[in-house]
Design a protein around this ligand. Structure first.
Ligand SMILES: N[C@@H](CCC(=O)N[C@@H](CS)C(=O)NCC(=O)O)C(=O)O
Length: 109
């Protein structure tokens, strides 16, 4: 599947309860680049589904999100939205909790 570009690791290797983070994207879209920078700054693993490489992924993205623009970001089944939506969560201080829920709930020690 050429359009599914795992970044860092695949969902199959998730050993914790961390929800999978998925970003539907294209290579050079400025909003995708900003979204990558923000996600990378959070140190989280995520998968990119490149809709410019596989047209079926565009169909999937539009069905899941109801939108046509990239990026579209999901945390598990939760639709975050595009870059602006994700950045709004960051400014509100709620993005970290969404991306890393296990980090917010204390430790298991
Ligand atoms: N507000 C959106 C803007 C995204 C956007 O405009 N993406 C462009 C590519 S850089 C796009 O997909 N345009 C095609 C469309 O809107 O259908 C975001 O922050 O993600």
């Amino acid at each position: 599947m050429p359009g599914r570009v795992p970044v860092c690791r695949s969902a199959d290797t998730n050993s914790s309860s961390m929800p999978e983070i998925v970003m539907y994207s294209t290579a050079f879209c400025p909003y995708c680049i900003r979204a990558r920078i923000l996600l990378d700054s959070k140190g989280v693993s995520y998968r990119e589904f490149r809709i410019d490489l596989e047209s079926q992924l565009r169909v999937e993205m539009e069905q899941r999100s109801g939108r046509t623009s990239v990026p579209q970001i999901f945390v598990g089944d939760t639709h975050i939205g595009g870059f602006d939506d994700m950045y709004a969560l960051e400014r509100r201080g709620t993005l970290d909790v969404l991306l890393r829920p296990e980090a917010d709930g204390g430790t298991d020690e």
